[in-house]
Write a protein that binds this ligand. Sequence first.
Ligand code: FAD
Length: 88
Amino acid sequence: MTLLGDAARLRPPPGEGANLSMWDGAVLGRAIATHPGDAEAALAAHEQAIFARAAAVEAEDDDFYTIMIDDRAPHRLLALMTGVEHDA
Ligand SMILES: Cc1cc2nc3c(=O)[nH]c(=O)nc-3n(C[C@H](O)[C@H](O)[C@H](O)COP(=O)(O)OP(=O)(O)OC[C@H]3O[C@@H](n4cnc5c(N)ncnc54)[C@H](O)[C@@H]3O)c2cc1C
């Protein structure tokens, strides 16, 4: 068993979640193809690759997590999505 996409590491809305999920699928397919008959080796190669890639993207998402939970939430999130300030 393995995980990929948001099940492996949830991404915030403006991040790269959809792209990472598709990339995960491609990595998993390649790992299975390059380790025929050895599912454990294939899954280990897949997991090593996707978590290293996700760690780099997660570092860029810290600011967004702050926007979602800070004292001005959800107004800063709405402004980010719409380009219009919605302060109450
Ligand atoms: C508002 C918003 C905006 C976003 N904008 C972007 C963006 O601009 N760019 C970007 O790259 N990412 C964006 N994302 C993130 C992106 O949508 C996710 O990271 C991505 O969809 C994750 O893909 P996934 O296939 O892993 O999971 P999901 O897309 O969540 O797919 C999981 C699927 O599994 C199904 N499912 C769940 N449980 C079961 C079950 N028990 N049996 C069968 N099926 C089941 C669900 O119905 C769903 O169809 C955004 C997210 C949000 C919420």
